[in-house]
Design a protein around this ligand. Structure first.
Ligand code: SAM
Ligand code: FES
Length: 350
């Protein structure tokens, strides 16, 4: 197993079969070795600095019906909201004051926000905060739309592929959604020059080690700048309400594996990781993550962006969240920095 980990570190890749073995057969001792290797690589590229992104969840309306997600359109119990441009700008102002230099605009696929609206939001943010980066995370759009958003100032785009296995994709989504369309969006975004983020849930229903091996192979093929993974957590008003949550330990191991695959990658310790375990985000950093994404959304809407049950940080003002994360990072010897935190390409030796 140690040889496999060394080979992954050296070549930044393994075959799907080897990835599956790594996932299925790792002992606790092997996992500690993996953690050490991933931490060492993270330190080489980022030292003890952690980048931060201000997350603005600006709409929880969604036209899609993913079986796992609490804001799916069929969830009639979800209390829906949209933020206005003014609301979004006040979140950014507060964020800027607190040292954020990246804003992540995330939402359900809400058709009420036209492309013109998204363009206006990007332009307004860039006009007022020219030194900040904008990350969009608003789902599948046409090439033309992505192009317009890029021209309006969007720098990065987060779109998790969710699973790279066709059959598994079908078991998580209704027929209106397809893996090929999702992948095409990711390739379009890359072609347009976005810093692209993908990722998947760990332990989603019906996921196997072979599915995860395919996820890792897809990540290698796409070569994204960012990879966000977090455990699947059930939401009580979805078809997956009775499925078990994903594994905390496996999520940490996968963060480490992805760090070895993309040594210079931007890898967040996600809110879902902080939800499944009180020290999840700190541990995420110790296993190779280098980004945290505290919430900047107004507290009055926080609870409504409920993708899964018991989501953390729904009652805290942005300033408290920022201070809390600063303390948490310090507890594992890291510090949050005020910087855009762009992806820096690096040429690796063959
Ligand atoms: N609509 C955009 C999209 O599809 O990319 C962004 C919002 S979507 C709610 C953000 C991410 O939340 C998804 O990519 C998914 O991986 C994650 N998510 C949704 N439901 C979840 C759950 N029950 N447990 C863990 N993560 C979940
Ligand atoms: Fe929000 Fe800790 S990060 S309260």
């Amino acid at each position: 197993m140690k040889e496999l980990i060394d080979s992954l570190k050296r070549n930044r890749n393994l075959s799907p079969e080897e990835f599956a073995i790594l996932i299925k057969e790792m002992t606790e001792e092997d996992a500690l070795y993996l953690k050490e290797q991933a931490f060492e690589v993270k330190q080489q590229f980022y030292g003890n600095k952690v980048f931060t992104r201000g997350l603005i969840e600006f709409t929880n309306y969604c036209k899609n019906d993913c079986y796992y997600c609490g804001i799916r359109k069929s969830n009639l119990n979800a209390e829906r909201y949209r933020l206005s441009l003014e609301d979004i700008m006040s979140c950014c102002e507060e964020g800027y004051r607190l040292g954020f230099r990246t804003y992540v605009l995330q939402g359900g696929e809400d058709l009420r926000f036209s492309d013109d609206d998204i363009v206006k939001i990007c332009q307004s943010i860039k006009e007022k905060f020219p030194d900040c980066a904008i990350t969009l995370s608003i789902g599948e759009k046409s090439y033309e739309s992505y192009k317009r958003f890029k021209e309006a100032g969007a720098d990065r785009y987060l779109l998790r592929h969710e699973t790279a296995d066709e059959e598994h994709y079908k078991s998580l989504h209704p027929e209106s959604l397809s893996l090929s369309a999702r992948k095409q969006c990711l390739y379009n975004l890359k072609e347009l020059g976005y810093q692209v983020g993908t990722g998947f849930m760990v332990g989603s229903p019906f996921q196997t080690a072979e599915c995860i091996a395919k996820d890792l192979a897809f990540i290698k093929e796409l070569e994204p700048a960012m990879v966000g993974i977090g455990p699947f957590l059930p939401h009580h008003d979805t078809p997956f309400k009775d499925y078990s949550k994903g594994s905390y330990e496996l999520t940490l191991k996968l963060i480490a594996i992805i760090r070895l695959m993309i040594p210079n990658g931007l890898i967040p310790a996600t809110t879902a990781l902080g939800t499944i375990h009180p020290k999840g985000r700190e541990e995420g950093i110790s296993w190779g993550a280098n980004v945290v994404m505290p919430n900047l959304s107004p507290v009055r809407v926080r609870k409504q962006y409920e993708l899964y049950d018991n989501k953390i940080c729904t009652g805290d003002e942005a300033a408290e969240c920022r201070a809390c994360l600063q303390r948490r990072m310090l507890s594992v010897g890291h510090e949050i920095v005020t910087a855009r935190g762009d992806f820096i390409p690096y040429i690796f030796e063959a």
